[in-house]
Design a protein around this ligand. Structure first.
Ligand code: NAD
Length: 735
């Protein structure tokens, strides 16, 4: 069996049907491309075939795109000279699609070609839209759930099978920008009004309408504008007054958004710009060169690996113990504050019955009204219907009565961060819930094994750590206490799957995984202020690494008092080993000044009356004058990166992390760790462990033992190993 098959009907229409074996949606791999090529050759060379329709054998969709596993490995599979190998492979893909586009027509007269229509039953993404773009007319079924577009940029690459060149020439650079640079997807109706597709037709008529067009199309109907004499790019080529404005603006916008760390967006714009200056076939070559450039950059394969392949593997339960289905039917949430209210919303929204408990009916109702607020916003944006709102709210029972927890198969506790309060609610809850229910705590700082002492069923006790705001943050950290059993882990994972978030499973240790790594990031930034490093340099260094917030802004957002609380608790727990006096100096001082961060409209930054962030607080410079010698950018960046990354390595060494995939995915989704790098372990692999270990030695000598090379990293550096090499078996065990 092959993925593309050609049938010829009595009216002389060749129908090429794409049907990837063993997949619910079509994806392209290299063998399938050869099948497509053979079908196209056959149809074009057969005089009995008057025209061609390319369609899909899958109901409701055309294709999901290129197989990401293939893209991630393309470089490794491309031979000893991978850039050359990639270039040849991509040019071959262009040849096949260009053959469809020219369809046998005479190169001089543009006559005598066979009309080729694409009949899309629905979704067409990536190469699943680049193939249609090479056809002469695109028909789509009126399936409102279908998504059409070129989302490659979201994966860290760009449309490299002609999509970049064709779309920008079809629509103009400005109009194509949201689809190419932001990966915007459209339903069929919007795709038609934007000019991405030609006709939206009832699903039942799809093939008939495509066939009618194919049999009636004239020579003129099938010549693309760029193959006609006098073609001018809509909206203006680069060297035109309009084009000049577009490209200068786009370049600035890309740099502003990506801070120069995502290679794909810049490469894409270069391909459009340079391609617009030359004839179409040369433009395809230009696009291919830039595409190879991006594929050769280790960032693209690291991003694909972490953000798509491994993220999906974790969501599908890569680390789920082999126990029976634990789908949650009724969840009890203790505490209707900021976190409890958010957890109630995501649960009810996923169709789970929710009992939301607080000390007073008022507090419980306020927690429920948080869901109403989010749903109302959705209604005003036309994403949610009144019906849906009513259904979701109906699922939430807000009460003070613990008896209402009867029948819950999962409890998520989100009361105050206090061992005694948590112990009290644990006992009260266990008295009324079924004996086989799982009890989870959303604590962010208290050890799970400690809290489990209040439970009469510690093997059914677990940590499910959400991030704030719950409805937006994609990561959930599941923490196994010393006695946590497999069924509790499976329940937590099934719950996270139901609410469509990404789980990582870690062992119980101070601050678990995410907070453990982010605290040193904050501390390193704060410490540099005390050394007289310019706060502007610190914040920009972080942003130029792709962090959403610099460490000082992040501290203001999470609040100075929280920082002080954590510092005190950590100091008490660590005793003499505590090594953060420098950062504490500034945090305790700001705290004493009443500058608690954004919430008090004063922190590292000043804020105006409306809460808008202004410049840095002038008092900072008075207390910590700027040093005459400022460090270079890379030094500041390395301090910020290694502070976090070494914590991740130690978490792996200590067995808190069991899987480097979780370390990488968790870092990007949990605290926005430089997504272009693929995560802390991918970043170390990009640097190379020998270089990373050397660099740590230098940093440790200058700045202190917190940068000392962990034994694991030293061993790997000595052996020349990479993390994904050494831990490959583990990292692919269930992928
Ligand atoms: P919060 O103060 O907003 O909410 C706590 C709620 O618990 C309040 O509504 C309070 O009335 C209620 N409560 C207290 N004692 C109770 C009892 N005995 N019975 C029933 N309800 C009771 O706090 P929060 O920010 O939602 O944090 C809750 C938990 O989540 C804490 O353990 C915290 O460490 C953890 N957490 C917080 C964040 C965050 O960013 N805020 C992130 C992750 C985890």
């Amino acid at each position: 069996m092959t993925d593309f098959t050609l049938t010829k009907d009595a009216d002389g229409v060749g129908i090429i049907t794409w049907d990837t074996q063993g997949k619910s949606m079509n994806v392209l791999n290299l063998d399938a491309l050869a099948d497509l090529n053979a079908c196209v050759d056959n149809a074009l060379s057969d005089d009995a075939v008057k025209g061609i329709i390319i369609t899909s054998g899958k109901e409701g969709s055309f294709a999901g795109g290129m197989d990401l596993n293939v893209i991630a490995k393309m470089k490794d599979m491309a031979g000893d000279n991978p850039a050359r190998g990639l270039m040849d492979g991509i040019m071959h893909m262009h040849e096949v699609l260009r053959k469809i586009e020219r369809a046998g027509m005479d190169p001089k007269t543009n006559k005598g070609g066979k009309p080729v229509a694409c009949a899309m039953p629905g979704t067409g993404l990536g190469i699943g839209f680049e193939i249609p773009l090479s056809c002469h007319r695109i028909f789509v079924a009126d399936n409102p759930k279908a998504k059409i577009g070129l989302p490659e940029i979201m994966v860290g690459i760009f449309p490299g099978a002609g999509g970049t060149t064709r779309l920008s020439r079809k629509m103009g650079a400005m109009a194509a920008a949201p689809f190419l640079l932001e990966g915007k997807l459209s339903d069929p109706a919007k795709a038609k009004s934007a000019g991405l597709v030609d006709e939206v037709v009832p699903a039942a008529d799809l093939m008939a309408r495509a066939k009618e067009w194919v049999l009636n199309a004239t020579d003129a109907d099938i010549v693309k504008p760029w193959d006609q004499k006098g073609y001018k790019m809509p909206g203006g080529a680069p060297y035109s007054p309009q084009g000049f404005m577009t490209f200068v603006g786009a370049s600035a916008m890309i740099h502003g958004k990506t801070k120069g760390v995502y290679p794909a967006a810049k490469a894409l714009l270069s391909a459009v710009y340079e391609g617009a200056l030359v004839p179409f076939d040369t433009a395809l070559k230009v696009e291919a060169r830039w595409f190879v450039n991006v594929l050769m950059n280790p960032s693209s394969s690291a991003m694909i690996r972490s953000l798509f392949i491994n993220k999906e593997a974790l969501e599908k339960g890569a680390n789920r113990p082999a126990v029976a289905d634990e789908t949650v039917k009724k969840v009890g949430i203790l505490g209707a504050g900021m976190m409890g209210a958010g957890i109630a919303y995501v649960s009810a929204n996923a169709g789970i019955e929710v009992v939301l408990i607080d000390n007073s009916q008022d507090a419980a109702d306020r927690g429920k009204s948080y869901s109403a607020g989010i749903l109302d916003k959705g209604i005003s944006r036309r994403k949610v219907t009144e019906d849906k709102k009513a259904q979701v709210l109906d699922r939430i029972t807000a009460t003070t009565e613990y008896a209402a927890l009867d029948g819950c198969d999962l409890i998520v506790e989100a009361v105050f961060e206090d061992v005694a309060v948590k112990a009290e609610v644990t006992a009260k809850t266990e008295a009324v819930i079924p004996t086989d229910a799982i009890f989870a705590t959303n604590t962010s700082t208290l050890p799970i094994s400690e809290l489990a002492k209040a439970s009469s069923r510690p093997e059914q006790f677990i940590g499910i750590h959400f991030f704030s705001p719950v409805d937006k943050m994609l990561l959930v950290e599941i923490i196994k206490g010393k006695q946590t059993g497999d069924r509790a882990v499976a329940k937590a994972l099934d719950f996270v799957r139901q609410i469509r978030k990404t789980p990582i499973v870690v062992n119980d240790a101070r601050f678990f995984y995410a907070n453990r790594c982010i605290i040193p990031y904050i501390n390193e930034g704060v410490r540099m202020v005390t050394e007289g490093v310019s706060p502007v340099l610190i914040e920009n260094a972080a942003k130029m690494l792709g962090f959403p917030l610099g460490p000082l802004q992040l501290t203001d957002e999470t609040s100075i008092d929280l920082g002080v609380k954590i510092a005190k608790a950590t100091k008490a727990a660590m005793g003499d080993a505590y090594d953060n006096a420098a950062a504490d100096d500034i945090m305790f001082w700001l705290f004493d000044e009443g500058r608690l961060g954004r919430k008090s409209n004063a922190g590292f930054y000043d804020y105006d009356d409306k809460g808008k962030r202004q410049g840095f607080y002038a008092g900072l410079g008075e207390r910590y004058p700027l040093a005459d010698d400022q460090p270079d950018l890379i030094t500041v960046q390395h301090r910020l990166m290694f502070a976090q990354v070494l914590e991740a390595v130690r978490a792996l060494e200590e067995g808190v992390l069991e899987d480097i995939r979780e370390g990488d995915v968790g870092a990007i989704l949990g605290w926005g760790f430089a997504p272009w790098s693929g995560g802390p372990f991918s970043w170390l692999d990009i640097l190379g462990t020998p270089y990373a270990a050397d660099r740590c030695d230098q940093l440790a000598e200058t700045y202190g033992d917190r940068f000392a090379t962990p034994a694991l990293l030293r061993d790997m550096a000595d052996k020349g190993q990479s993390f994904y090499g050494r831990f490959a078996a583990q990292a692919t065990k269930a992928a």
